[in-house]
Design a protein around this ligand. Structure first.
Ligand code: FES
Length: 84
């Protein structure tokens, strides 16, 4: 199923980019341009990312941050990439 009709990006492609470490709509856009034209797909991308398709444990809500990362940056709902 297409997530972004402007660039023909499918749900599976977004999931693959998320599994490769793209955890925000901006990172997904960098990987495949989805969301960079009309923007109509950004909410669908956010929904996919919100379902935990991101492979980075430190980006998943409620998870413990990796060793060496201050715990205050890994709190509930905090995305380390956004906090930096
Ligand atoms: S549907 Fe994704 S940018 Fe238009």
């Amino acid at each position: 199923m297409y997530v972004c009709s402007c660039f023909g990006v499918t749900e599976q492609q977004v999931k693959k980019h998320a599994a490769d470490g793209a955890c925000t709509p901006r990172q997904i856009a960098s990987a495949c341009k989805a969301g960079t034209d009309c923007g109509g797909c950004v909410r669908r991308i956010q929904a996919l990312l919100g379902r935990g398709d991101c492979s980075r444990r430190d980006h998943v809500e409620g998870r413990t941050p990796p060793a060496g990362v201050p715990a205050t940056l890994g709190g509930r709902g905090t995305r380390l990439a956004d906090a930096a």
